[in-house]
Design a protein around this ligand. Structure first.
Ligand code: SER
Length: 313
């Protein structure tokens, strides 16, 4: 049975992942790591929890030792839009923080999962069906720290044998926890507007295609990759994974299938548009499918139906 520390357990993916891990590996084996001001609440608070700031290497090492963790889900990060406003902090959390995680993992024999992102690609990357192994010259600090994180994680695996694994997440869509500061957030906000019967103001232009994934699939990607047979993994940091690719018109039309009265207008956010334009339209995730059986369950219509039902009942 694993003993898991989730760093950033109160964030968008962290809270849902922590609850799932507690169901799979027993509540007492999964520690919800949090930073001051983002304490676990509700169901998340009903289990082990620890103050753990990824930028404090000593605190991190102590928590790992105290709970005898053998697996770390390192979810601490600033999303792309916020990172552009706070580049030093984005680097500090994403790269210095990761280095501390990797060192503590090496000393304590822990496996490490650190998400990368579609943001690890840039304008010179092939845009359609972006291959697993391709040009990675991102133009955002978010992407630069993600590429660095991928390389550092591979380095610790090759040099020290640390069991590092990762996926490049697309935009994650959840009706439970709001995101915050991402370029793909519009694809979450639009559902809340539709459920409230409000008109949606879209920050990205029609024709801006991005990969996306419904949260239940994202959670299963984390669990399946960490459970995968290591002898089958030719890649590690980091696997392309995707479930769907759409532009604002695509999601608008999918919502109108369920809510015919729903309306959308455009008010372009230049920062978000510039970031989105530098990212792929769609990823090729066949290595993830072949090496550890990745298979999403939800496409755009099934996700749309599910979210709107849950938000309005
Ligand atoms: N969802 C992230 C963002 O928009 C991309 O990984 O920043």
């Amino acid at each position: 049975m694993k003993r898991i520390l989730v760093i950033g357990s109160t964030g968008q993916i962290g809270s849902e992942l922590t609850l799932l891990l507690r169901r799979l590996y027993d509540r007492d084996n999964v520690v919800a790591g949090y930073i001051r001001g983002a304490e676990p609440r509700g169901e998340l608070a009903e289990g082990p929890q620890a103050l753990v700031d990824v930028t404090d290497a000593e605190e991190l090492a102590q928590v790992v030792r105290t709970y005898k963790a053998d697996t770390i889900f390192n979810l601490a990060a600033l999303l792309s839009v916020v990172a552009e406003r706070k580049p030093r902090l984005a680097w500090h959390i994403g790269v210095d923080g990761l280095l501390s995680v990797l060192d503590v993992a090496r000393e304590n024999g822990c496996a490490v999962f650190t998400p990368s992102s579609i943001g690890a690609f840039g304008p010179s990357t092939p845009k359609d069906k972006t291959p697993q192994d391709t040009i990675q010259r991102p133009t955002t600090i978010y992407g630069i720290s993600k590429v660095t994180g991928e390389l550092l994680s591979d380095y610790y695996h090759l040099k020290y044998g640390v069991d590092t694994r990762s996926v490049r997440f697309p935009g994650l869509i959840s009706y439970v926890t709001p995101p915050g500061g991402g370029t793909t957030d519009y694809a979450v906000d639009i559902f809340h507007c539709a459920a409230r019967g409000e008109r949606f103001c879209c920050p990205l232009k029609a024709g801006t295609y991005l990969d996306m994934m419904y949260m239940p699939d994202a959670l299963s990607a984390c669990v399946s990759l960490m459970e995968a047979d290591p002898s089958k993994l030719r890649h590690r940091n980091s696997f392309n994974v995707t479930a769907m690719s759409f532009d604002p018109e695509g999601i608008y039309q999918a919502i109108r299938q369920e809510r015919p009265g729903f309306e959308m207008e455009y008010k372009i956010d230049e920062v978000k548009q510039r970031i989105a334009d530098s990212w792929p339209n769609s990823l090729d995730d066949s290595p993830a499918r072949e090496e550890w059986g990745w298979q999403p369950r939800f496409d755009l219509p099934s996700m749309t139906k599910d979210i709107l039902e849950r938000l309005t009942t």
